[in-house]
Design a protein. Structure first.
Ligand SMILES: NC(=O)c1ccc[n+]([C@@H]2O[C@H](COP(=O)([O-])OP(=O)(O)OC[C@H]3O[C@@H](n4cnc5c(N)ncnc54)[C@H](OP(=O)(O)O)[C@@H]3O)[C@@H](O)[C@H]2O)c1
Length: 278
């Protein structure tokens, strides 16, 4: 099996690289292939003729996306169409990653795979645009929505776990939001689940792959410090307070919770966190 990983140097890319180590995957990040270059995407994919392509390339700066809408839309939206068309042309399976932020987060029960997206910020809108480009331009796709990733060794943006540990190390006072909820998800578990999806030849379509259970940022922070036995002073703040204190430009879904109703459940988030931290 010939595997191509795009956005290979971020958080998720290297984890997928590890899972597929035995088949020596092709690893391309921006320097090797900028996915917004339509001609290059088609040309290089046609030359390589991969069987499976993982598109981990993304613009993930949620607040910055508000002022850089076009950049977010080009990378997270339009370029997904380029990758999808290239995969269609060579008959490759395309695994594309999207986000809990495509939902508005008004439902405390969370969101199933076939629930209607309704993004409330520019990042979410750009990710939804990518979903639509994917569906429109190829047939053999897995659209994997995930959330609140941590545990990466790559050069991607720092995770909440890294941030909490760094702040505790510096003995800073720490705030965490207690009224925004999601599914903290360990990259190692996500990468393995994605590989299992392909291995088991599951029907193409949308999947929600997250560690099971839900948490607020505050719950997550408390668990990090409990596992590491760090006596940090963690204060709960509301999302409304956070918008003011941190000058957050983007609105966040309150219940950004994904429900996995189609594939094997991943282990509980606190269990995965414990393994990562110990
Ligand atoms: N991180 C999360 O918590 C989270 C949550 C939900 C969903 N997701 C989704 O999961 C996927 C993987 O996320 P991640 O955390 O691994 O992302 P990441 O760490 O930001 O990695 C993305 C990689 O893509 C590269 N890239 C950006 N623009 C590119 C372009 N035009 N052409 C080629 N490569 C480009 C980046 O390079 P540069 O550093 O040079 O930009 C980076 O190496 C994304 O689709 C993301 O939206 C992530």
């Amino acid at each position: 099996m010939k595997v191509l990983i795009l956005g290979s140097k971020g958080n998720l890319g290297p984890e997928l690289g590890r899972v597929y180590k035995a088949v020596k995957p092709t690893l391309w990040d921006r320097e090797e292939l900028d996915i917004t270059d339509e001609a290059a995407v088609m040309e290089k994919t046609s030359q390589l003729k991969p069987d499976v392509v993982f598109n981990c390339a993304a613009y993930n700066a949620v607040d910055k996306s508000e002022e850089e809408r076009l950049v977010a839309e080009n990378i997270n939206g339009t370029a997904v169409g380029f990758v999808a068309r290239a995969c269609y042309a060579v008959g490759a399976i395309l695994v594309h990653f999207s986000s809990n932020y495509v939902f508005d987060g008004t439902n405390p029960e969370g969101y199933n795979e076939d629930d209607l997206p309704n993004p409330i910020n520019a990042y979410g809108k750009s990710k939804l645009m990518g979903e639509m480009e994917l569906v429109r331009n190829c047939e053999k796709y897995y659209l994997v929505r995930t959330a609140w990733l941590y545990g990466g060794q790559g050069t991607g943006k720092k995770s909440f776990v890294d941030l909490m540990l760094k702040k505790a190390e510096k003995d800073e006072s720490i705030n965490a939001i207690d009224d925004e909820f999601g599914n903290p998800t360990y990259l190692v578990d996500l990468a393995q689940a994605v590989a299992a999806l392909i291995e088991q030849k599951k029907p193409f379509g949308i999947y929600h792959l997250i560690n099971s259970g839900q948490a607020s940022w505050y719950d997550w922070g408390n668990e990090i410090f409990a596992v590491r036995e760090i006596a940090a002073s963690l204060a709960a703040i509301s999302a409304a307070d956070a918008d003011v204190i941190w000058k957050r430009a983007a609105k966040r879904p309150k219940y950004g919770i994904l429900n996995n109703t189609k594939f094997i459940e991943l282990r509980p988030w606190a269990e995965a966190l414990k393994e990562y931290l110990s």
